[in-house]
Write a protein that binds this ligand. Structure first.
Ligand SMILES: [Zn+2]
Length: 498
C-alpha cells in the first residue's frame, strides 16, 4: 500500500513542477511514410505495406499533409517553424515496432519555442511550448490470457501493425512552475485547451478514448524554499482529461510521502489506473536508454518554404480562445453559462442552430435544457442525438410564428428524436399545431366557462386570478394546442373583465 500525504498538506511543504508531453495522431488519410490508410479499426494487420512493416529495402516518403498539419499546429501554438529540419532514427527494440527503430525528430524539431495560454478559475497561465515534432506511431500489442491485460501473467501476445506509421505530433511543454495547488487543474486545462485547439485546426479528431491523443505527465516536487527541482516521474499514456488531473494529484500526494520519509523519488515511468486514481511503477529511467539517434538516411530534409508557412498562417481558422470571447459577447453569456455550454459539448450545435435562423437565447435553451436532458438520459453525447441544428431552428421558427407553443414544441422534439421524421412531418402526423382558428378557440372557451360555473362566476365578480383555472381547462380541452395567452384574453372578454 502506497503511503500518501493529503493534497493540501503536500502543497503546504512542496512546490510541484509539471511537464506534459502530448502525442496526437494527425488526421491524414494515409500514413506518415507510406500510402496505407489511417482509419481507426479494421481487422488486424490489414492496413499495412512493406514500408510500415519495415521490410528490408522499402523506402519511406514524407506525407506532405502531415507536415502541413504540424506547421498549422505549431503556428497556432505561437511556435517558430524550422527553415530546415531532419528526421532521425530512434533505435530501440519493441515488438510493436516492426523496424526496430522509429522515425522521429531529435534535435531538429519542425516547431519550437511557443506557448499556449490556459485559464483556470479566472486566472491565465501561460504554458511554454518547448517543441512540437513529427514521428510515426507504433503498432499495438495485446497481451492475452492474463487477468490485467498486461504482459505479466499473459499466455501469449498478439500484435497489430495497423497503427504503425500513423503520423504523430508530439508536443512538449517547457517546465510548468509556480502553479501550486492549481497544478492538477492547470494540467487538465492545458490538455483541454490543446485538444480544442487541434480540433479547431482540423488536424486530428483528438479522441482520447480511442488513443488519438494521449498525454505523458511529468511531475516533480521540491521543498518550497528550494531552488533546484526534484526528481520527476513520468506517468505514461494518460487517456482522459480527468485522468490528467487525477494523475498529477496522485503523484503530488505520493511523492510528498516519499520525500517526507527522507527517501528519494525514483526517476521512472509510471502507469495510471483509472479505477483507483493511482499510479504504479513502470520502467526505471535510471539506466536511461541510449537511442543512438542519427539522421534518417532514407529521407531528405524538410525545408518548408516561408511563403507556404505564411499561406498556412493566413488560413488558420478562428482559434478556441478567440471564439470564446466572441461567443460570450454575441450570445450575452456569463462566464459560467459559457463554461456550461462548452462542457455540454453544445458550442458548435448552438452556433449552427443560430446560423440556421434561431436566436442565441432560443438555440441555447433547446440544446442546454430539453436536448441535454435527453442526451444524459440516453447516456450519449449531445451531438449524437438524432436531431440536427437545422431541425432545432425549424421548431423554434414554428414557435416564433405562433404555430407551436413550448409544450407542443417539446412533443415535436420527442417525435423527431424517435425517428418520426422532420419537425413539419411530426407536426402533421401527430396533429400538433396550436389552435389558431379563433372560432374554434372561442367554442372551447365557452364550453369551459359552462363546465366551470364557479370559477367563471369568481372572474365575473372581479377575482381575475381565478381565470388561471379556466385557462388550464382550455389547454386541457385542446390537448395543449391552444395559445394560452390568447385563450386568457378571450376568457376575460367573455366574462366582462377586459
Ligand atoms: Zn504502409
Amino acid at each position: 500500500m502506497t503511503t500518501l500525504v493529503p493534497f493540501d498538506e503536500a502543497l503546504a511543504r512542496y512546490a510541484p513542477v509539471l511537464g506534459i508531453e502530448t502525442h496526437i495522431e494527425l488526421g491524414t488519410a494515409s500514413k506518415m511514410f507510406c500510402g496505407c490508410p489511417t482509419e481507426f479499426g479494421g481487422a488486424p494487420n490489414t492496413h499495412v505495406c512493406p514500408v510500415c512493416l519495415g521490410m528490408p529495402g522499402s523506402l519511406p516518403v514524407v506525407n506532405e499533409k502531415a507536415i502541413e498539419y504540424a506547421i498549422r499546429i505549431g503556428l497556432a501554438l505561437n511556435c517558430s517553424i524550422a527553415d530546415w529540419c531532419r528526421f532521425a532514427r530512434k533505435n530501440y527494440f519493441y515488438p510493436d515496432m516492426p523496424k526496430d527503430f522509429q522515425i522521429s525528430q531529435y534535435d531538429e524539431p519542425i516547431c519550437f519555442d511557443g506557448y499556449l495560454d490556459v485559464e483556470v478559475e479566472g486566472e491565465t497561465y501561460r504554458i511554454g511550448i518547448e517543441r512540437a515534432h513529427l514521428e510515426e506511431d507504433t503498432g499495438k500489442s495485446t497481451h492475452v490470457g492474463g487477468a490485467t491485460g498486461r504482459i505479466h501473467g499473459a499466455s501469449h501476445s498478439l500484435v497489430d501493425y495497423n497503427r504503425a506509421g500513423i503520423p504523430l505530433i508530439e508536443i512538449v511543454t517547457k517546465p510548468i512552475e509556480a502553479t501550486g495547488e492549481m497544478a492538477p487543474l492547470v494540467a487538465r486545462a492545458y490538455a483541454t485547451e490543446l485538444r480544442e485547439l487541434v480540433r479547431a485546426l482540423g488536424a486530428s479528431d483528438v479522441r482520447m478514448e480511442e488513443g488519438s491523443m494521449r498525454c505523458d505527465v511529468n511531475v516533480s516536487l521540491m521543498p518550497k524554499d528550494a531552488s533546484e527541482w526534484g526528481t520527476r516521474t513520468e506517468t505514461k499514456n494518460v487517456n482522459s482529461l480527468r485522468s490528467v488531473e487525477r494523475s498529477v494529484r496522485h503523484e503530488i500526494e505520493r511523492q510528498a510521502a516519499v520525500l517526507d520519509a527522507g527517501q528519494a523519488v525514483l526517476q521512472e515511468t509510471r502507469h495510471f489506473h483509472e479505477n483507483t486514481g493511482t499510479t504504479s511503477p513502470g520502467r526505471s529511467k535510471s539506466d536511461a536508454q541510449d537511442y543512438r539517434y542519427f539522421p534518417e538516411p532514407d529521407l531528405v530534409p524538410v525545408a518548408p518554404a516561408r511563403a507556404w508557412v505564411e499561406e498556412i498562417r493566413a488560413a488558420l481558422p478562428e482559434l478556441p480562445a478567440a471564439r470564446r470571447v466572441r461567443v460570450k459577447a454575441a450570445w450575452s453569456l456569463s462566464d459560467e453559462e459559457l463554461r456550461d455550454v462548452i462542457n455540454a459539448g453544445a458550442l458548435d450545435l448552438i452556433e449552427e442552430t443560430i446560423t440556421a435562423g434561431a436566436s442565441p437565447a432560443a438555440a441555447r435553451k433547446w440544446w442546454m435544457n430539453e436536448l441535454s436532458r435527453t442526451a444524459t438520459a440516453q447516456g450519449v453525447e449531445l451531438s449524437a442525438l438524432p436531431v440536427t441544428a437545422g431541425q432545432v431552428a425549424r421548431i423554434q421558427a414554428l414557435v416564433d410564428a405562433g404555430e407551436l407553443n413550448d409544450k407542443l414544441a417539446r412533443k415535436v422534439f420527442e417525435g423527431v428524436l424517435a425517428g418520426e421524421g422532420t419537425p413539419d412531418e411530426v407536426v402533421a402526423a401527430r396533429g400538433l399545431k396550436v389552435v389558431s382558428d379563433e372560432g374554434e378557440l372561442v367554442a372551447i372557451v365557452d364550453k369551459v366557462i359552462a363546465d366551470n360555473a364557479d370559477a367563471a362566476q369568481k372572474v365575473r365578480d372581479g377575482k381575475v386570478a381565478a381565470a388561471g383555472a379556466l385557462v388550464g381547462a382550455v389547454m386541457k380541452a385542446s390537448r395543449g394546442q391552444a395559445d394560452a395567452a390568447r385563450a386568457r384574453e378571450i376568457i376575460l372578454e367573455r366574462l366582462g373583465q377586459s
